[in-house]
Design a protein around this ligand. Structure first.
Ligand code: ZN
Length: 126
């Protein structure tokens, strides 16, 4: 049910933004979802649309973009795309994070673990 919480916070942010600008409506919302959040875009889209019903932002176009995971290896200094290895032994496909260069797990995730609203296009009466 993680998606509902994300959707709720997206809706709150959008409505707050729309109200603070006295917008008549919301044309589009651009949302970036990091690959490492493992969130289902379809579910988020569904819940955002559901939560926007009856608000001034109803009917806003949702534009989703995925952001690939990136890491920084503290062992060898590698910086780049993160490959997710899925262990078939785990039912939940627990990802195993490691440096693709040296195999070290002493890494820092630098990209792809967030879901953010990139832009909100408001409709104003002018
Ligand atoms: Zn490394």
């Amino acid at each position: 049910m993680h998606e509902t919480a994300i959707a709720q916070s997206i809706v709150e942010t959008v409505l707050k933004e729309a109200h603070s600008h006295n917008a008549a409506g919301v044309e589009s919302i651009e949302i970036v979802i990091g690959d490492l959040t493992f969130l289902g875009i379809e579910q988020i889209e569904f819940w955002v649309n559901t939560n926007l019903e009856g608000t001034i932002a109803q009917g806003a176009k949702l534009i989703f973009k995925r952001e690939k995971g990136e890491l920084l290896c503290k062992n060898c200094g590698y910086s780049g795309e993160l490959k997710i290895k899925e262990d078939p032994a785990y039912h939940f496909h627990l990802p195993f994070f490691a440096c693709p260069e040296c195999g070290s797990s002493d890494i820092e995730i630098t990209k792809g673990k967030e879901s953010i609203i990139k832009s909100i296009r408001l409709i104003t009466d002018e």
